[in-house]
Design a binder for this molecule. Structure first.
Ligand SMILES: Nc1ncnc2c1ncn2[C@@H]1O[C@H](COP(=O)(O)OP(=O)(O)OP(=O)(O)O)[C@@H](O)[C@H]1O
Length: 258
């Protein structure tokens, strides 16, 4: 019996005006796996994630979650499908008008109509899971450091105990030590939930720490996938150049925007 992948993209394309951003993405993520997608700026990483979430509609190709085609879902079915997902946005994306706990409990109160007291209890527990004490719960996100904001974003991403978590550049803007703390928390939270994780990042230290498997995207295609431990011996000149951050190599930086 073949197991159905948690997420499967086949031949996914997307263009904006004359610009072809996704050029036939083929990618599978197994249940319980942590996949990290690496690739340079503007290679289509975020467009790919947004396509899986239905925030963007691909021009062609197939996207399946648990074997169900998601590109043609009606809005109620899509909403149901989205319940499987948690998301840690780049820059944490917290609401400054809400307290920390209200941010964490946002999906529970708005999406699941949970009573506030119960949602607060869960929010405080999730804040504890990411190393934040209950007194932080009453603060405004504006009063927190960048690293603490990321922790709150992570607590929000796991509050609903999702089956799949997307991490969009989780360590951007953090110092290397705080980045490592966040990486460890991500690994722990994903493991505790038994969730499937997809992370997009430029940060190789983060990729090495978080990933079971790594996929590299270049010019809107997945050009390499392999185990994280094989990243230094990929045999792929594009991967090698990216991993070592060399200016010279087959990847030519696009200076002029198309
Ligand atoms: N809604 C949109 N309308 C027009 N162009 C878009 C839109 N979204 C993304 N793009 C373009 O698609 C390309 C890929 O963008 P994307 O955000 O996926 O890159 P990325 O790989 O995530 O980059 P980074 O690492 O810098 O975040 C970029 O050139 C971007 O300008």
């Amino acid at each position: 019996m073949t197991t159905v992948p948690k997420i499967a993209l086949k031949g996914v394309t997307k263009h904006f005006g004359p610009k072809k951003v996704l050029n036939g993405i083929d990618l599978e993520v197994a249940k319980g796996e942590s996949l990290v997608v690496i690739g340079g700026s503007g290679t289509g990483k975020s467009v790919m994630l947004k396509s899986v979430l239905g925030l963007l509609t691909p021009d062609s190709g197939s996207i399946q979650v648990d074997g169900v085609e998601t590109t043609r879902l009606r809005s109620r079915e899509r909403e149901k499908m989205l319940h499987k997902f948690g998301m840690l946005f780049q820059g944490a994306a917290l609401f400054d008008s809400l307290t920390v706990w209200e941010n964490v409990a946002f999906g529970l109160i708005q999406g699941e109509h949970m009573p506030r007291a119960q949602a607060k209890e869960i929010a405080v527990a999730k804040l504890g899971a990411v190393g934040l004490t209950p007194d932080v719960a009453e603060l405004s996100p504006a009063e927190l450091s960048g690293g603490m904001q990321k922790r709150v974003g992570l607590a929000r991403a796991i509050a609903d105990e999702p089956e799949i978590i997307f991490f969009d550049e989780p360590t951007t803007g953090l110092d290397p030590i705080m980045a490592d703390v966040i990486n460890e928390l991500i690994v722990q939270c994903v493991k505790d939930l038994g969730a499937t994780a997809v992370t997009i990042t430029h940060d190789m230290a983060s990729a090495r720490k978080i990933a079971d498997r790594i996929a590299m995207i270049y010019q809107g295609r997945i050009i390499w996938t392999g185990h994280a431990r094989d990243i230094d011996n990929s045999g792929n000149a594009y991967v090698d150049q990216f991993v070592h951050g060399r200016a010279d190599g087959p990847i030519k930086m696009q200076i002029k925007a198309l």
